[in-house]
Design a protein around this ligand. Structure first.
Ligand code: CA
Length: 229
């Protein structure tokens, strides 16, 4: 079975060829596009699992191309490759729908590690939403395991449920009522202070594992919000 389909968009033939060979050696199915126009034609024929996108292309602004690719590809991971002199463009590219970036020159081993991590995450989320998380914090909802940088965080059942609620809605305010309904019971009439006590325990455990405890923000009187780093 062919591995994930990776499209390399790079005008430099040497880099394009080298990346293609390195990807093929790792079991990926690589393709190479030398221009933005070529890239758009290729993705309309077949959606890649991942795109390595050089921001410095001859025929099109890299960020413009990134936005156009994202507008037609919802599930494809886009990793932009940027020269040190274009670093300011990275922020714009991330806003334009890129998932990650690497600054040239980069090590092939680092590139491959990032690709594996992205593809693992995207296939997991396509599979059944069994895994939620971002960056170093990951939750396996089926196994009820939470890990930070690969190390398991020992959580009590309610703590796990709370973290799962917050992380699966990362960036959004989850109200106190919603958390109590989902984690305890819609008919919970106990002290709502219980919620705060559990949140404190969760922050402490995250901090013990090197995660930023401030990732869980308190919105006084309203609820909590998980902000991935
Ligand atoms: Ca280039």
């Amino acid at each position: 079975m062919a591995g994930p389909y990776v499209l390399v968009v790079e005008d430099d033939e040497v880099i394009g060829t080298e990346l293609g060979e390195a990807l093929a050696a790792q079991g990926y199915e690589p393709a190479w596009a030398a221009t933005g126009k070529d890239a758009l034609e290729r993705v309309s024929a077949r959606a890649p699992d991942l795109i390595l996108l050089d921001l410095g292309l001859p025929d099109m602004e890299g960020v413009t191309l990134c936005r156009r690719l994202r507008s037609v590809l919802t599930d494809t991971v886009i990793v932009v490759l940027t020269a040190r002199t274009q670093e300011f463009e990275v922020v714009v590219a991330l806003d334009a729908g890129a998932d990650d970036y690497l600054t040239k020159p980069f090590r092939l081993t680092e590139l491959m590690a990032r690709l594996r991590a992205h593809l693992r995450r995207s296939s997991a989320s396509k599979a059944d939403e069994r895994f939620v998380g971002s960056g170093s914090l990951n939750l396996d909802l089926a196994a009820r395991r939470a890990t930070f940088d690969g190390a398991e965080i020992a959580l009590r059942p309610k703590e796990f449920d709370l973290l799962a609620c917050l992380v699966s809605r990362a960036g959004e305010v989850v109200t106190r009522e919603e958390l109590i309904d989902q984690v305890w019971d819609v008919n919970w009439f106990g002290p709502t202070k219980t919620l705060d006590v559990h949140i404190s325990a969760l922050r402490r455990k995250l901090a013990q594992h090197g995660a930023d405890p401030r990732a869980i923000t308190t919105l006084r009187g309203r609820g909590y919000r998980y902000e991935p780093a």
